[in-house]
Design a protein around this ligand. Structure first.
Ligand SMILES: Cc1cc2nc3c(=O)[nH]c(=O)nc-3n(C[C@H](O)[C@H](O)[C@H](O)COP(=O)(O)OP(=O)(O)OC[C@H]3O[C@@H](n4cnc5c(N)ncnc54)[C@H](O)[C@@H]3O)c2cc1C
Length: 370
């Protein structure tokens, strides 16, 4: 057991997409960077665990339409200037990933489709890129508290080394980026076992303000015995009550009726019967782990009904988080910067969940800026 003490320019807490993009950007600027992750950077968190749709729209009319549509969907609470910034940064960083060898699938016209990332491959590469840029990664090293100077400027963090007898670590740094993800506190939602809100608590302890927290209790639907809440799959679902009656209008908006039914303590069943036969194989290829628990139970979700449950995703696919006080993703506490789900996504998503593509884009862009 040995105590670890390091001096750095930038300390990044969390090694999901937001943290790795932050570490990479800082290391490229010549900063001495340390990234501490509670789990193993590259496999930890929901992005590393599955397929990720990405809000990546090229410049032009399609981008204009996308911003406008989202502005309306989010109750006009987002800020278009930030939405354009996020889209542009994400577009450039995704091009960079492709240039660095990430293989995107090709569409029917033979052109690459760069609107989703396979988490395991994406995050494996991000870990390697941080290493190659000269960053130091501390795995299995949860941060427990932020350190401050006498005049309340954040100047590092301290935690424990889980694979070294829980010996303490501390990093003194000129700036700290909190990228510890959102909070789905141990709800069992896929990949969120590490997302227990530690960074939110640490930021609150040093006096940071929060924003958009009223949009945080996001629940999603998963097979009753699984934690995989893939919204992409559920857009093809029809929901039924215990007597086999269709809930709601049977379309996408029926999700609300299904949620209301569950909230009243009544069982709800789903069947992915609105997925056309010709796309079913592609659905399996893009999200294989959604189908695993159904296959194990011997259920064909396209033809058979299966029970679903509501799973808390809190601020992971919710919206609220630490308030962003500047275009560089500074918080309102000096020395403390925020990125990804630990930060509010209100600027980009408005009063609506950022899951399903906006969060992934925000993680890339806010990480890079922070
Ligand atoms: C089932 C599911 C499907 C999703 N699908 C999509 C999608 O298709 N498109 C999309 O845009 N978004 C999607 N999301 C949301 C997306 O996964 C998140 O927005 C994204 O992972 C946020 O990245 P992040 O780096 O901020 O946080 P995370 O990916 O949650 O990473 C946080 C990291 O911080 C580490 N950490 C936590 N606490 C500490 C601590 N105390 N000290 C050190 N390290 C710590 C964790 O180990 C983890 O590595 C989905 C979410 C879920 C749950």
């Amino acid at each position: 057991m040995s105590r670890l003490e390091i001096d750095a320019d930038v300390l990044v807490l969390g090694g999901g997409p937001a943290g790795t993009w932050a570490a990479l950007a800082a290391a490229r600027e010549g900063a001495r960077v340390v990234l501490a992750d509670k789990g193993y950077c590259g496999t930890s968190g929901p992005t590393a665990s599955g397929g990720n749709n990405l809000w990546n729209v090229p410049p032009g009319p399609a981008r204009e339409r996308s911003v406008q549509a989202r502005f309306e969907d989010g109750g006009r609470l987002s800020e278009p200037a930030w939405m354009y910034r996020v889209l542009e940064e994400t577009h450039q960083r995704v091009d960079e990933l492709a240039g660095a060898g990430y293989r995107f699938p090709s569409g029917d016209d033979g052109r690459e489709v760069r609107t989703s990332l396979q988490g395991p491959e994406y995050m494996r590469r991000m870990r390697r890129r941080v290493h190659r840029a000269g960053g130091t990664i501390l795995d299995h090293s949860p941060a427990l508290e932020l350190l401050t100077t006498g005049d309340a400027i954040v100047s590092g963090a301290a935690g424990l080394q889980r694979q070294n007898g829980y010996a303490p670590w501390s990093v003194r740094a000129g700036a700290v980026v909190v990228a510890t993800g959102g909070c789905a506190f141990l709800s069992g939602s896929f990949g969120t076992n590490v997302d227990t809100g530690d960074g939110l608590l640490m930021a609150a302890e040093v006096g940071a303000s929060f924003s958009g927290m009223e949009f945080s209790t996001a629940y999603a639907l998963a097979p009753a015995w699984s934690g995989h809440t893939k919204g992409l799959m559920m857009q093809f679902a029809t929901y039924y009550d215990a007597d086999g009656r269709t809930l709601g209008d049977g379309g996408f908006s029926a999700r609300g009726a299904a949620m209301a039914h569950l909230a009243a303590g009544r069982p709800v069943f789903a069947r992915l019967d609105r997925a056309r036969p010709d796309i079913r194989a592609a659905m399996r290829t893009s999200q294989p782990n959604y189908f695993l628990p159904l296959d194990k139970a011997g259920i064909d979700p396209f033809t058979q009904k299966y029970p679903v449950r509501a799973v808390l995703e809190g601020t992971v696919r919710g919206t609220g988080g630490i308030r962003v006080a500047g275009t560089d993703c500074a918080s309102d506490v000096p020395g403390l910067f925020v990125a990804g789900d630990a930060a509010t996504r209100e600027l980009v998503t408005g009063g609506r969940s950022g899951g399903g593509s906006h969060n992934g884009a925000w993680a890339i862009s806010s990480g890079t800026w922070a």
